[in-house]
Design a protein around this ligand. Structure first.
Ligand SMILES: [Zn+2]
Length: 233
């Protein structure tokens, strides 16, 4: 298991996963807070009210991201722990059956039956639970869930993203809140989309276009609803 951690490409994959989550969190923060701000501003609220709405949206969104991530990663962790506990029990109660099971996995992957049994026996002599966790359950260091870390990462990245449109409200002239916040936020989304595409090895232009399209759609929708409620109410 410690050798696995030394492989450089594992580290690379790990960092990409973390960075991807951070980019997605910031993306959520910009998109939902900018839409909220644009909606409230379109209903002809004062700059101060818009700012309060933006800050409230930031805090609410960050908490909801943290809670959601914590719950989802915890339940993933619970099921991983349950799988490991069952595997540990099976290994101590019927080691012969477990050896056959592991060897069969390698046979299915194309290894000769004799060699597969040999590999399974040697792996199990060193770390039986580790071998079964990795090759039977598909659990590795990377998938080992860390709920608190995940909750903090998404809350922090969401807050950083949400802070951008909130700051724009502060510096924007009050007469042009909607176009300035919407324009700047689409710019932030485009930059993040490009970074996200770059990190994930995807096509940069396509990634940018996708994220700005959804951003523009969300802001147009909330602006329309804000305008409607602002005139009706
Ligand atoms: Zn097993």
């Amino acid at each position: 298991m410690s050798r696995l951690r030394q492989l450089p490409e594992r580290h690379f994959v790990n960092r990409i996963g973390w960075l991807r989550a951070a980019v997605l969190g910031a993306n959520d923060g910009i998109l939902s807070t900018a839409s909220l701000i644009v909606g409230v501003a379109a209903a002809s609220a004062t700059q101060n009210t818009v700012l309060i709405a933006g800050v409230a949206g930031l805090v609410a969104g960050a908490m909801s991201m943290a809670a959601g991530e914590y719950v989802s990663v915890s339940s993933q962790s619970d099921s991983e722990q349950a799988d490991l506990a069952r595997e540990r029990k099976e290994l101590s109660e019927s080691p012969g059956f477990e050896l056959d099971e592991l060897a069969e996995i390698y046979v299915k992957r194309g290894v000769d039956r004799d060699l597969a049994r040999q590999v399974a026996r040697q792996l199990m002599a060193k770390d039986a639970l580790g071998a079964h966790a990795h090759d039977e359950l598909g659990l590795s260091e990377i998938t080992t869930a860390r709920p608190v870390q995940a909750a903090l990462t998404s809350a922090l990245s969401f807050s950083l993203g949400a802070a951008m449109p909130v700051l724009i409200v502060v510096v924007s002239p009050s007469s042009a809140l909607v176009p300035v916040v919407a324009g700047a936020s689409l710019g932030f989304l485009a930059v993040l989309g490009a970074i996200g595409a770059r990190v994930g090895g995807a096509h940069i232009l396509r990634g940018t276009a996708r994220v700005t399209f959804w951003g523009a759609l969300a802001m147009a929708l909330t602006a329309g609803i804000g305008k409607l409620l602002g005139t009706v109410v």
